[in-house]
Design a protein around this ligand. Structure first.
Ligand code: COA
Length: 340
């Protein structure tokens, strides 16, 4: 789907951002001691130097909680006033109940509809579109969108082709009506024919977790890296181009490009092909690795901390992930301009 929503008569924006990464840091040097790899290989092929890893007792909701509290505080929104809480995650606390329901309880968001959304690394952009839609139609007043992942728990730490890529973290955004600006459009899609290129085979109804499935290590991420790489380089460009065109904008109308942090080479390819100036690109993959649905809100929080998100800053976010899914959102940043 693609939509220019700027003429919808209601402006909806992000009024608060929060992020959290677990304290423990796993460096490439640590990985050299675990699998047959090297810092040089990982940095050259991915741009990643280190990643954060959750403690055994930390689940997705535990990472989400501080990120959510920070976002609510920045927005000046009380959890009890939320109508909607969407948690994008591929690593929920449990298959059910939804991590969003767990988080809503911990926050005290007693009036909020709360559900999880599974769109892999595109989850945050998908969830942002859900919050936009609910607010624009009057279904919801204030929403909290969260991306939270404990990918370390579904990673096979003996598989060098995947374990070097992923990290843990969470990010959150308060979404609500703003006086002007805000979200301008979305482009979202999915191609399930590539689903097996990036999946966890066991744990669902197709292959329940059995001793046999565990013997075959089917509870871990399986990835055809080159296929995913090819797909990602293509859709990161087409999604952004199509959305900008739909919104009557060009690359010069992007002040800050916030791409999903999967691989520096994928980002570099997109930046080159889109014709974006490198100083307008936000990257922190070197310190976090791929945190899936947490990656874009983690970037937004750091961009805010670095003073890169002013009133009026035009932000383009693009992501690609399991599904295979992709998505872009284009918006004008609106610092502290909730219309209440
Ligand atoms: N350390 C050292 N060597 C490694 C390695 C590692 N961690 N992982 C793989 N290799 C080896 C391979 O075995 C292969 O060796 P060979 O040539 O002797 O067979 C060689 O490096 C090249 O492997 P290849 O898979 O072609 O590397 P690549 O350049 O495609 O990079 C990825 C691999 C995973 C980094 C890359 O394919 C990728 O980023 N794909 C997209 C993944 C992704 O973003 N997934 C999430 C999407 S949201």
């Amino acid at each position: 789907m693609i939509a220019n929503v700027s003429g919808n008569g209601i402006a909806v924006g992000i009024t608060g951002i929060g992020a959290y990464a677990p304290e423990r840091v796993l460096t490439n040097a640590d990985l050299e001691r675990m699998v047959d790899t090297s810092d040089e290989w990982i940095v050259t092929r991915t741009g990643i130097r280190e990643r954060h890893i959750a403690e055994p007792e930390q689940a997705a909701s535990d990472l989400a909680l501080p990120a959510a509290r920070e976002a609510l505080e920045e927005a000046g929104v009380a959890a009890r006033d939320l109508d909607l809480l969407v948690v994008a995650t591929a690593t929920p606390d449990m298959l059910f109940p939804a991590t969003a329901a767990v988080l809503a309880d911990e926050l005290g968001a007693k009036r909020a509809a709360a559900y999880d959304l599974l769109a892999g690394c595109t989850g945050f952009v998908y969830a942002l579109s859900q919050a936009y839609g609910a607010i624009a139609t009057g279904l919801s007043g204030k929403a909290l969108v969260v991306g939270t992942e404990t990918l370390s728990k579904i990673t096979n730490w003996q598989d060098r082709s995947t374990c070097i890529l992923f990290g843990d973290g969470a990010g959150a955004a308060v979404v609500e009506p703003v006086s002007e600006g805000g979200i301008l459009g979305f482009e979202l899609g999915a191609d399930g024919s590539g689903g097996s290129d990036l999946c966890i085979p066991a744990g669902g109804s197709r292959t329940p977790v059995t001793a046999d499935a565990l013997d075959q290590e089917l509870q871990f991420i399986k990835m055809r890296g080159q296929e995913v790489f090819r797909f990602a380089t293509r859709v990161m460009v087409t999604s952004a181009e199509e959305l900008l065109a739909e919104c009557g904008a060009g690359v010069d109308d992007v002040d800050l490009y916030v791409p999903h942090q999967a691989n520096k080479r994928i980002i570099d390819h997109a930046v080159k092909n889109l014709g974006l100036a490198s100083e307008r690109v936000f990257m922190n993959i070197d310190r976090y690795g791929n945190t899936s649905s947490a990656s874009i809100p983690l970037c937004l929080a750091e961009a805010r901390d670095q003073g890169l998100l002013d009133d009026g800053t035009r932000v383009l976010m693009s992501a690609v992930g399991a599904g295979l899914t992709w998505g872009s959102a284009y918006m004008t940043w609106t610092n502290g301009r909730a219309s209440r």
